[in-house]
Write a protein that binds this ligand. Sequence first.
Ligand code: GLA
Length: 354
Amino acid sequence: MSAAIHKQPYGTTADGLPVDEYTLTNSHSMVVKIITYGGIITSISVPDRDGQFANVVLGFNNLADYETKSPYFSAITGRYANRIANARFTLNGVEYKIPANNGINSLHGGLKGFDKQVWSAREIHGDETGLELSYLSKDGEEGYPGNLDVKVVYTLTDANELRIDYSATTDKTTVVNLTNHAYFNLKGEGTGSIYDHIVTLNADRYTPVDENLIPTGELASVADTPFDFRQPKAIITDIRSGHPQIVRGRGYDHNFVLNTTNRTQPGLAAQVSEPVSGRTMDVLTTEPGVQLYTGNFIDATLVGSAGSVYRQGDGLCLETQHFPDSPNQPDFPSTVLQPGETCQTTTIFKFGVS
Ligand code: GLA
């Protein structure tokens, strides 16, 4: 079997915009499906240790559900992924107010973030099959300054990797933080919880949060806390801990400070394995952080792609990113983008079996 990409109509948004779905296949029959609405990955089909394929990302089987109910299932998240405290920040002495959509904070780009936009698509043919999505976020959209030209390229390699290359340029000083909000379940979506998934994180420190899930600014050691994933550990081990940070997040909903320092070549951020299926996933990134979110707010009100109801803990996210609230935290790596610069990041999800 050789690598291929094909396109089919997926649906029409409530605003009347047509949405397509692209199916990328590699020579090992791994299949990734992406829609132009939100750049959402609707399916990643990978084999288990016996060669049985399953879709390992949570999602829906129709556009209307993605438009109205989705907790950012596998969507491109921006202009600023994660939280900005009090829905405001200051650049060059000017205060920008952005929509508060998460209590007093702004979350994942505001009311109509990149996850809710229809992106333009271009197929990439060659040794590797890819899909380039582009979107122009206008000056002032969701309160952010500057026309931001964004490109996200999804590439499916023959090494069973899904590589995501993000780039952005602006015509005014702005802030940018782009990620993909996939919820993984390596047993297959809709098969139950991720508590038995074994996770390793390449992080000696994490960013503790206040009662609004905003980092306090401290880079705390993970040693002797539920946040220590330096050795492989099942999620269940500490998720029921009474540690105040776990209580605050209702589980894991925290940014880890990656030990990697090379921001040009993707370095290992996380490894996940699921003992029953044997499926594994490595996450590599050029980003300085990764948010581990254990689907704490999923509450059995959503029916997933294959017809099962999703409950709390049915998927886990590893959102590679800059730290939450960086625009208001001068000591965090900067998310400011200046005209003339290109913000460029890469994240790789590599699938295998053990
Ligand atoms: C992120 C946040 C979570 C939650 C989800 C979406 O991961 O950190 O708190 O808002 O997105 O439900």
